[in-house]
Design a protein around this ligand. Structure first.
Ligand code: OAD
Ligand code: ZN
Length: 241
């Protein structure tokens, strides 16, 4: 059975008012990336890093999903089990759009994790105080759930399987709103028979030619078009392409 694999980044949430990382005015401009996002930075100054993520988490409370998040949710309802939703984003906008399953490759702001036993708990928009106790093992070792530079990303295994399956079975890969500086999305597209890119504009790290189709502009504005293409792909008989 044919499937569609969505792979999104910060750009899909930009129209909902969440800053991207690398655009001008993005999150990194005001912060030293290695200070707030590396294993070493967290060791040096836990409070600074927890504060950084507390602020990001608090900022999510009033954010709403946009047309692009809802488009993926609608496709999941229309084609149960046939839409894989991988995202690099740590926000909860796909959940707010009522997506049935979301694979957060880089973790989730609305969760905390125990450094000692790996227990994960839902904290919604609350702060994480220094020394917060783990509900399972009792260690004062709860921290933000976001994957840091220099740390393994357990969800990457799911992503690799999805990309390999998509390449082997001729599924459709849809990449939305990512600079391609962390995940090699251009290489993924070159493995596929069917692929779509939607980014705000063409940029150096991703060659749009590697994709079957590339749309440049806002994700919310291209969402309906991408939904039609995904639907057409999923309803074509297997073998037709
Ligand atoms: P980036 O900030 O690197 O890239 C965002 C991309 O979205 C850029 O290519 C923009 O052109 C595009 N964009 C901006 N607004 C858009 C819109 N309205 N519609 C469509 N595209 C738009 O973000 P990511 O590629 O997601 O990891 O960054 C990857 C990872 O880097 C993040 O997950 C984060 C960071 O390290 C962690 O936090 C662990
Ligand atoms: Zn624990």
């Amino acid at each position: 059975m044919k499937k569609v694999v969505f792979l999104s980044g910060a750009g899909i949430s930009a129209e909902s008012g969440i800053s991207t990382f690398r655009d001008s005015g993005g999150l990194w401009e005001n912060h030293d990336v290695m200070e707030v996002c590396s294993v070493g930075g967290f060791r040096l100054n836990r409070r600074l890093v927890l504060d950084f993520y507390d602020a990001r988490r608090k900022g999510l409370a009033d954010k709403k999903p946009n047309r692009a998040h809802c488009m993926v949710a609608e496709l999941q309802r229309e084609f149960p089990g046939r839409i894989i939703n991988l995202t690099q984003n740590v926000d909860d906008l796909f959940e707010k759009a009522r997506c049935e399953s979301v694979v957060h490759l880089h973790g989730e702001l609305t969760k905390a994790r125990c450094e000692h036993c790996d227990e994960t708990t839902q904290i919604d928009y609350e702060e994480i105080p220094l020394g917060m106790k783990c509900p399972r093992c009792g260690s004062a070792a709860m921290r933000h759930h976001i994957v840091k530079f220099g740390q393994a990303a357990p969800m990457y295994q799911i992503q690799h399987t999805a990309i390999d399956d998509a390449a082997a079975q001729g599924w459709l890969l849809v990449v939305i709103g990512t600079s391609g500086q962390v995940l090699p999305v251009e290489s993924y597209a070159r493995m596929m028979r069917h692929s779509i890119l939607n980014n705000l504009e063409a940029q150096g790290d991703i060659d749009g030619e590697a994709f079957t189709q590339a749309f440049y502009g806002k994700a919310g504005e291209y969402a309906d078009r991408i939904q039609v293409l995904a639907r057409e792909f999923l309803t074509q008989a297997d073998g037709e392409s």
